[in-house]
Ligand binder design. Structure first.
Ligand code: ATR
Length: 273
């Protein structure tokens, strides 16, 4: 029987992860399967245990279970510790090993696929939930000139800035002056687009050279991307490249072979408008 992997989440029907890992397995000749498991709210630990008992080898975790996966782990990578959440699991020698490669996937997509190196650049991140938190360490390691954090609930952004202050030049946004100078990269790491809303940010953060990056994927021109475009940003992207890159990282960890990502990117990317 081929080795089994799974995505745990709720909902999972919309996920492109099964198609992505099927592509990676085909391209690298790996004998494995990857399924989507929709666990009921509060039912993650049980679903995970059942999958392990049935011989599962590892998997991915998406909303709303990333914190429960963190709690279930026997070993956490430093990245997962820093993010406070887990998105990739490997079962080995009776233990649950856990990593978080979301931020790394985002960084690779921005720096390599979209050709926007972060070193020396001014970056604005919107949001202070799990998604934003996962991006901070990998982004700061890339050496930006400045990483500014803006969140609807200021206290949450303040707490995040304090947590990672030692890692690099991170600052809390000054809302009154935020629109005065365009950023090189603006990342929407809020969940606003899942509700058809957009985070409140001044048009002035976008300029002609700005990359406006929406973490969600498959939602077309979200209100955030529409604002970026209207405000003059010429480069827009959604999170499909982040999905593909984090998937490749997890796949390499599980299987010891790194798939190329160009084919999957071309297959899964949907025009934004
Ligand atoms: P995730 O894991 O996707 O980051 P989360 O931890 O629930 O989800 O965090 C959601 C983030 O999106 C938060 O930063 C939230 O802002 P608050 O801290 O003020 O709640 C942000 N968010 C959600 N809906 C939003 C909206 N309509 N406008 C602005 N920010 C929003």
């Amino acid at each position: 029987m081929s080795d089994r992997y799974a995505l745990f989440g709720n909902p999972v029907k919309q996920s492109k992860s099964p198609a992505l890992h099927a592509m990676f397995a085909r391209a690298t000749g790996q004998d494995m399967s990857y399924e989507a498991i929709e666990a009921p709210p509060g039912g993650f630990a049980e679903a995970l245990a059942a999958f392990r008992a049935a011989g599962g080898r590892g998997g991915n975790v998406t909303a709303p279970f990333k914190l429960e996966a963190f709690a279930a782990a026997d070993w956490l990578s430093p990245r997962a510790e820093s993010a406070g959440a887990v998105n990739t699991l490997k079962f080995e020698d009776g233990r649950i090993l856990a990593d978080n490669v979301d931020g790394l996937g985002l960084r690779r997509d921005v720096e390599i696929n979209l050709a926007r190196p972060l070193a020396g650049r001014r970056v604005l991140i919107l949001g202070a939930g799990g998604a934003a938190r996962g991006a901070l360490q990998p982004f700061l390691e890339a050496g930006p000139a400045e990483l500014v954090l803006l969140n609807r609930t200021v206290a949450k952004a303040e707490a995040l800035v304090e947590r990672v202050r030692a890692l690099g030049p991170i600052a809390l946004a000054d809302r009154a002056r935020l629109g005065e100078q365009a950023f090189d990269i603006v990342v929407n790491a809020t969940s606003a687009s899942l509700f058809g809303q957009r985070p409140d940010v001044a048009d002035g953060v976008f300029g002609p050279e700005t990359l406006a990056y929406e973490l969600a994927y498959g939602k077309g021109l979200t209100p955030f991307l529409a604002q970026g475009r209207a405000a003059g940003a010429r480069q827009l992207a959604d999170g499909v490249g982040m999905l593909v890159e984090q998937g490749a990282e997890g796949f390499a960890w599980w299987r010891g072979v790194r798939p190329g990502t160009a084919e999957a990117l071309a297959a899964l990317r949907v025009p934004l408008a």
